[in-house]
Design a protein around this ligand. Structure first.
Ligand code: FDA
Length: 394
């Protein structure tokens, strides 16, 4: 039985960073993962360029039943701290939009950096390891692996959420939380595309690949101004991914397809200048032509000239273009979701150390807990911040 000062389960963003920081502070750390290589989600992230943080990180960008929980860790290890670390490794980066920072070159650089940080901390990394059981005897955690038994007084669960099972995601962390009597909040897919009912999907499928600027609003009033993408399964793009975290089954979302113009004035001006122009061609000046045709097919745009468009029809049309109500029939689920909402109830954890209040020596970091960020680097920042806060205690 080999003994470690700390054992971290999950060599993803949070687990690698936590193990590295604890190792560098002098602890003897074992980092375990069931995969063949560490940081698999990092490699996939940001289209292969890893959106590793956001310039505008703030607690309001995180969803949780306990919204104050994330404040302490985010304030103690900030986006600027991680940007400094990236800078020390000479990794070039750029801001894409809305404060989102991406590697110029490749996400592999972030994984390589974390591996080097682990090496600096002399972390033992054990890959392809399944955890068969975890037991607690007095102050000691006994972790049974395939082929070995390891023990520690500080066990960190960094096994992430349920999204993308193909990348090693498992409910392991939730099961451990339940085993030790912690509450686990219901989970659901977040940052995920919407699927649509057949009558709406079929005409919209012809738009697959078309992207438009939009303002999208959830029923709880949450609003995002980002682009919307039509896909062969439904709706996606940053606007939809963001709002999906605020959407509940059965609810509508409201979409402004013309966030940068005033369609009322535009139609009035056009009617005066070109009364015989078709409404369809007029709208095609502001929206992709195929989208206009689809909306016409769905009966949302009358097949008339501008002079034939009466006041009531115009009002209904403006309503459709600026407040199009869509009721998704679901999401694409964990298969394509970037994150998992819900998870280990943070009311059971210390916001300073991430330790379970009633189970000394048991810690949860990263996505496994009920803290979920917006799209745009916020989730990795939570991984870094929660990992750093935990590592100070190991
Ligand atoms: P993470 O999932 O990274 O790591 C968990 C680790 O635990 C995995 O290595 C897994 O193999 C291991 N594990 C699970 N069960 C185990 C078990 N039973 N035994 C042993 N090991 C086990 N965020 C962001 O901020 N910017 C971005 O650009 C992106 N892009 C992005 C793209 C895609 C395709 C996805 C799916 C997700 C993103 N995200 C993102 C979200 C981000 O990847 C996510 O929030 C973090 O990786 C969470 O870090 P964790 O370390 O908590 O879990």
């Amino acid at each position: 039985m080999e003994r470690f000062d700390a054992i971290v389960i999950g060599a993803g963003a949070a687990g690698m960073f936590c193990a590295a920081m604890a190792g560098q502070a002098g602890s003897r750390v074992l980092l375990i993962d069931n995969g063949k290589k560490p940081g698999r989600k990092i490699l996939m992230s940001g289209g292969g360029r890893c959106n590793f943080t956001n310039l505008y990180v703030e607690p309001a960008a995180y969803l949780s039943q306990n919204p104050h929980f994330c404040k302490s860790a985010l304030a103690r290890y900030t986006q600027w701290d991680f940007i400094d670390l990236v800078g020390k490794y000479g990794i070039a980066w750029h801001e894409k939009a809305l404060g989102q920072l991406f590697c110029d070159d490749s996400a592999q650089q972030i994984v390589d950096m974390l591996v080097k940080e682990c090496e600096k901390g002399q972390v033992s990394l054990r890959l392809r390891s399944d955890v068969l059981s975890v037991e607690r005897q007095h102050d000691e955690y006994i972790v049974q692996l395939n082929g070995a038994t390891v023990t520690t007084t500080k066990l960190v669960i960094a096994s992430g959420g349920l999204s993308m099972p193909g990348l090693g995601a498992s409910p392991f962390g939730y099961k451990i939380a339940e085993q030790f009597g912690l509450n686990v909040l219901p989970t659901r897919a977040g940052l995920v595309p919407f699927t649509l009912h057949k009558p709406l999907l079929e005409p919209l499928q012809t738009l697959s690949g078309v992207s438009v600027p939009s303002v999208i609003t959830a029923q709880d009033g949450t609003v995002f101004r980002e682009s919307l993408l039509f896909t062969h399964r439904g709706l996606s793009g940053p606007a939809v991914l963001q709002i999906s975290s605020y959407w509940q089954p059965g609810e509508f979302v409201t979409i402004n397809l013309l966030p940068d113009s005033d369609p009322e004035s535009f139609l009035n001006e056009q009617r005066t200048a070109h009364p015989n122009q078709s409404l369809k061609n007029t709208l095609a000046q502001q929206l992709p032509k195929r989208l206009v045709e689809c909306l016409q097919q769905l009966g949302q745009i009358p097949d008339v000239t501008l002079k034939q468009l009466n006041a009531r029809e115009q009002q209904a049309l403006v309503e459709t273009l600026t407040a199009w109500r869509v009721q998704p029939n679901g999401t694409e689920g964990y298969r394509t979701a970037e994150v998992t909402l819900g998870g280990v109830d943070t009311r059971e954890l210390s916001s300073r150390t991430m330790e379970a209040r009633n189970v000394p020596g048991l810690y949860f970091i990263g996505e496994v807990m009920d803290v979920t960020g917006w799209l745009g680097g916020y989730n990795f920042q939570w991984a870094w911040s929660s990992a750093w806060a935990c590592a100070q205690e190991l």
